[in-house]
Design a protein around this ligand. Structure first.
Ligand code: CAA
Length: 284
């Protein structure tokens, strides 16, 4: 099995930058691409501040942090990824944008390269169908924040080859992650279970069962979660939560996945969570 030396990451947002950091920390050369140059600058800053936290805690030395950052190069052109053994796409959850990137990468990359997507909700089988190498397309779903969260869900599309699954699993393990495998069903494993819990927290809030703070305290202290479901929704982004509930509802067809109207209303108001300064809670 070919060893992965060069990793491409498409998208320099929170997830893309975190994934680039993991690959660089695992001694791989990383090419991080984004069509927006300013996003690349922000992505590098976020890697640098995350590494600084690890230095402060004594997890890595300052030299290791500098060497990790130096292994990340940036570009606005996907053509600069032609030497990549694996490319992990982590752009926003718009299927047509992802398909466009996949078919362009398919033309640019060497035949052996693996195309992975960090999608949390789009079908890997459909993304794979936009390429001429569906057997080498796979889902590699990281959790936010990628440098800290220990899990990667690996999602096999209908055509994904066994060898590609093994190679992707090995890569995630080199990143220091534990892997679970999922079939290509709406929400995979984590969001299939997490999002209905978050959605139910919004229903409990809507119905006045408890206040937001009490709902979160109940779940934090009652079930040992690091954040309550409403705080976690703000952290993930309420628009993302709503969109994933929509995928579960449409894809699984059961009324139990109906997005909570209060969640939809917050999104309509532009209350998207931490990133917009207000969600269930205020952040400014
Ligand atoms: N890089 C390095 N270190 C980081 C970091 C980063 N990006 N973010 C936080 N840290 C460190 C902090 O420096 C801090 O270190 P110390 O304890 O040594 O001071 C520690 O992590 C805790 O951070 P904070 O004090 O800022 O805040 P916190 O205690 O609330 O922890 C958290 C933050 C790690 C995010 C924690 O709240 C948590 O685990 N929350 C749940 C996150 C979760 O469930 N994520 C998955 C969401 S689902 C998903 O991602 C899938 C999807 O498709 C939607």
């Amino acid at each position: 099995m070919a060893i992965v030396r060069v990793v491409g990451v498409v998208g320099a947002g929170q997830m893309g930058a975190g994934i680039a950091q993991l690959a660089a920390a695992a001694q791989m050369a990383v090419v991080m691409a984004d069509s927006d140059g300013a996003a690349l600058t922000r992505g590098l800053q976020s890697i640098s501040s995350s590494l600084a936290r690890f230095v402060k805690k004594g997890v890595i030395s300052e030299d290791e942090a500098n060497a990790t950052l130096a292994r990340v190069s940036t570009t606005t052109s996907l053509a600069d990824m032609s030497s990549a053994d694996v490319v992990i796409e982590a752009v926003s959850e718009r299927e047509n944008v992802k398909k466009g990137i996949f078919s362009e990468l398919d033309r640019l990359l060497k035949p052996s390269a693996i195309l992975a997507s960090n999608t949390s909700s789009i079908s890997i089988t459909r993304l794979a169908a936009s390429t001429q190498r569906p057997q080498q397309v796979i889902g590699m779903h990281f959790m936010n924040p990628p440098p800290l969260m220990k899990l990667v869900e690996i999602v096999r599309g209908l055509a994904t080859a066994d060898e590609v699954f093994e190679q992707t699993k090995e890569l995630a393990e080199r990143f220091g992650k534990t892997v679970v495998s999922s079939r290509d069903f709406p929400g995979f494993v984590v969001n299939r279970i997490l999002m209905p819990m978050i959605n139910e927290a919004f229903y409990a809030l809507l119905e006045g069962v408890s206040s937001a703070e009490e709902i979160d305290t109940a779940m934090k202290l009652g079930t040992n979660q690091p954040m309550g479901p409403l705080a976690l929704a703000d952290f993930i982004g309420l628009d993302t939560c709503l969109s994933i509930m929509g995928v579960l509802h449409a894809g699984l067809g059961d009324a139990k996945y109906r997005p909570c109207p209060l969640l939809a209303q917050y999104v309509d108001a532009g209350w998207l969570g931490r990133k917009s300064g207000r969600g269930v809670y205020h952040y400014l």
